[in-house]
Design a protein. Structure first.
Length: 470
């Protein structure tokens, strides 16, 4: 079998650039063809920008909650936080874009340091052993022993709701705003819609969240989603459940969202968060023998192989749990597999994910729905955050810690954390799931007192033994 040395990667997002680093370290001759900027949407228009915006929103939320901690702004007889604190959205978004560019430059510097050849251009397959790059200097051809497709995805649009980049926006366009929307209508209550709704609400904007389902975050833990929806409503957000948007029209400085039942919602801006479409069209996949599913996503196995020999794929273009962390791991696995290093197939049961709302929602492993349906026999315990001493000190009342374990062995197989910084708190649960730790082992590990992680240990103590948990 000939040795694989020439690796060509199409797409510079997490799946592409992480794969390039691994391939170079394993001795491959690596060429990365990218047209949108290194880091892809994760760095330039999605994860990094949105979480930077959310970081500012978190500070605003903390300031507004500071009265509960005894803090006062301005005259003591006034005590009005909103009167003295405001957001300069143009400055916020400038910081967002600057940080994204710096991150992209850091990735470029790292790749060049690892001797990866970078080609600025749009790549397409010319069969399973060659990539053609359309560059500013014309077409360039790159023969390959192995090809990785990591072209990502782009925001889905509605037929009667065309973004204009000013009043009707996708999540890639919001960073061009220089003033806080007076009334923002967010169409879509999945992760992206919920995150932006939460962020703009915290920044001081009136928000209307249009959800086609019976609750926000229909793909997340139902208990967690209910906590978040209750928080949204309590903070003054309008949540329209079972409401599907049919069209969005702009008239001057306002937009009108028409729902399928005939109702209309009027606002100053509309943000469309209705899913993603894979960037797989017109890049030569069919001609190379790469199969796509009905949604246009590339079909891959657990080591990132496509149906074409020598062609792998990673990231959002595969539709396999569309997270930057999963894209990066898919890319690494592809290189470990093709270049002969030790590799374990992708195991989605160990992937932790987070919704960056306020409070955050983090999950890993087996879900409550799988337990309730009987698909996975397990025991579950849930502890409200309001009983945690550290949470009381920080005036954090909304949230809980949930652990799921095997009935007989007590092995931890899943968990949910709803709390401030849940993205950090889920890590010990993810370790327990990945390493097949038992609730006894988790319960017997020391935690700091007081700490939020104390609730994780307490949940494990409640699950110790093999009795039924009520």
């Amino acid at each position: 079998m000939p040795k694989v040395t020439r690796v060509v990667i199409v797409g510079g997002g997490p799946g592409g650039y992480e794969a390039a680093l691994v391939a170079s370290q394993l001795g491959g001759e690596v060429t990365l063809v990218d047209s949108d900027g290194l880091g892809g949407s994760a760095v330039l228009t999605d994860c990094v920008p949105s979480k930077t915006l959310i970081a500012t929103a978190e500070v605003m939320a903390d300031v507004r909650q500071s009265a509960d901690l005894g803090m006062r702004f301005g005259p003591l007889d006034q005590g009005d936080v909103d009167a003295g604190v405001s957001v300069h959205l143009a400055a916020v978004n400038q910081r967002v874009l600057d940080l994204a560019r710096r991150q992209s430059c850091d990735i470029e510097e790292r790749l060049l340091g690892e001797n990866v050849t970078l080609v600025a251009g749009r790549g397409r397959l010319d069969g399973p052993e060659r990539v053609i790059a359309e560059t500013a200097d014309g077409e360039q051809s790159f023969p390959a022993d192995m090809i990785l497709i990591a072209t990502g995805a782009h925001p889905r649009e509605l037929p009667d709701a065309k973004p204009d980049g000013e009043r009707i926006l996708t999540w890639t366009q919001v960073y061009g705003l220089t003033e806080l929307p007076e009334r923002l209508i967010v169409v879509g209550s999945g992760v992206t819609g919920a995150e932006f709704a939460s962020a703009y609400d915290a920044l001081g904007c009136q928000v209307v969240l249009v959800s086609s389902r019976d609750r926000v975050l229909p793909g997340e833990d139902a208990d967690a989603a209910q906590v978040l929806e209750d928080v949204f409503v309590r903070r003054g957000m309008t949540v329209l459940s079972r409401s599907r948007a049919q069209s969005v029209e702009r008239s001057g400085h306002q937009v009108t969202v028409t729902l399928t039942d005939g109702r209309t919602v009027v606002g100053s801006h509309c943000l469309l968060a209705v899913g993603s479409i894979p960037n797989t069209a017109a890049i030569g996949l069919e001609g190379a023998g790469v199969k796509l599913d009905r949604g246009g996503f590339i079909e891959v196995d657990r080591v990132s192989r496509t149906s074409a020999r020598g062609v792998y794929a990673a990231g959002d273009c595969t539709g396999v749990l569309m997270l930057a962390s999963v894209a990066a791991m898919q890319g690494r696995i592809a290189m470990w597999h093709t270049l002969g290093d030790a590799v374990s197939p992708l195991d989605l049961k160990t992937v932790s994910s987070n919704v960056f709302t306020a409070p955050e929602i983090a999950t890993v492993g087996v879900t409550q729905q799988q337990v309730d349906s009987g698909e996975v026999p397990a025991r579950v315990v849930s502890l409200p955050l309001r009983g945690n001493a550290r949470a009381k000190m920080q005036a954090s009342r909304d949230g809980f810690v949930k652990l799921i374990c095997r009935k007989v062995t007590g092995i931890v197989i899943g968990g949910v954390v709803v709390a401030p910084r849940a993205s950090e708190l889920i890590y010990p649960v993810a370790i327990a799931v990945a390493q097949r730790l038992t609730v006894d082992q988790v319960a017997e590990s020391f935690t700091v007192y007081p700490s939020m992680t104390g609730s994780i240990a307490e949940a494990a103590r409640r699950l110790k033994g093999t009795g039924t948990i009520s």
